[in-house]
Write a protein that binds this ligand. Sequence first.
Ligand SMILES: [Zn+2]
Length: 491
Amino acid sequence: MATRHHPVRNVRLFTRNKFWLAFITCLAVILTTSVSAHAKKRRKQRAEPVPVVSTQSKLLAGLPHAMDVLANGLKIYAVKYPSPGVIAYQIPVRVGSRNEVLEGRTGFAHFFEHLMFRGTKKRTGKEFGDLYTRLGVENNAWTWNDMTNYHGTASPRVFEQILEAEADRFMNLSFDEKLFRDEAGAVLGEYNKNIANPENVIEEKLAELAFEKHTYGHTTMGYKSDIVKYGERYGDVWPFFKRHYRPSNTAIVVVGDIDPKRTIQLVKKYFGPWRNPVLTAAALRAESVPPEPVQTEARISSETLDKPAQTRLAIAYKIPPFSSENSDFAVLNAIAEIAFSDISPFVQKYRYEQKWLDSVYAPVIEMIDPGIWTVNLRLSNTGKPHTETLITEVQKTLNALASAAPSSSILTEAKNRLMNERNVGWFSSPDALASRIAWYSTIDPPSLAGFSVLDRVMNSIKTLAPNQIQSFAQTHLVEAKRNIVILRGNE
Ligand SMILES: [Zn+2]
């Protein structure tokens, strides 16, 4: 099917050129009258209150924008962007492999993403695909630890038809067991293809090593031993749908050639009737995500593939959860920039002078719960005998930041690069902007809903001070919180 997806917890999805964006702060606490009026009238059907920090963003000052929360808890973000004849939309749902707490169900959120293309009471999956082809919609979806995102680009003229079809599948998903089994087979094929890539093997091993209790201990793809049994799990689909695919867990982001207020009205028309199913306290408890105990000792694991491959190192540190209310991720982004960007002394020395490394990649990925930050190294043949030295040198690089704060000129340069990347990346297209709004509004704590998350993220970079770098490195980037996987080919 042309209308499907794939980034399953694929870190390259997050290359900063493509995604990283930027912003400044506007903390006015505004709750629109329509939100509070609805809230009073229909409090019963709302699963949880949805406070809105701000319906406006200073960073989007040049772009008319509006935000609203429906009575059912669905959040709507609409931005007018100068892209005549084009809109981008994203429908992020706050569910991912993090929510796979039940035994034998790893990978279920991703599997479910596939099922969302399999039809409703009103139209089959094929009819859904044909409709989008006819309307000229390019649509797709991806699943990650913390979220599942359905997105597309189209002409604004067909947006109402898209909304009708999207609301239909979010509210009335339906397919028979045969289609369900076919899709289970497709997901197994995808697993087999993915696991042939050593990057995915090392990621699976690293997750297992770093997390003993938390569901971040398995990848979004899940384990093969679970995937092969998906065909028997038809009965599990509907409770999962009910639990996670609910308006209070979902947002709709639209960026492009639109009138923001009119867009909100249109979304209301189709998604307003969506209800939050009632869940018992026991059902909620059964699916609560287990917290990860604090790591107190370094961990290391060595793995060998059953085929020749370059040696890879994943060196990961436990980090706090993301919240746009603090600067932790701004600090970490600056550390990644100073320590492991292409112009850093480490990369200059080991990649370009010694030629021990073919690639260095240390993406900072925001996570809902305490997660990891990973320095990924792929070693050249020349570098292979120096695996231990490289581990030591990575730690030394971070220890240097812990023992002395970077000079303000080094930090200023790093901050400028980070802000420029965000300014360029975020505003490069309606799709890029929509995806950043979808991402941050989903990963940020639900109590902080609103456009101003963008401002807070940018402002936290702008206001970074050298001592914050030092104190973060001292607290988090230490051997006791380190997890290393060494992956070698079989030679
Ligand atoms: Zn897939």
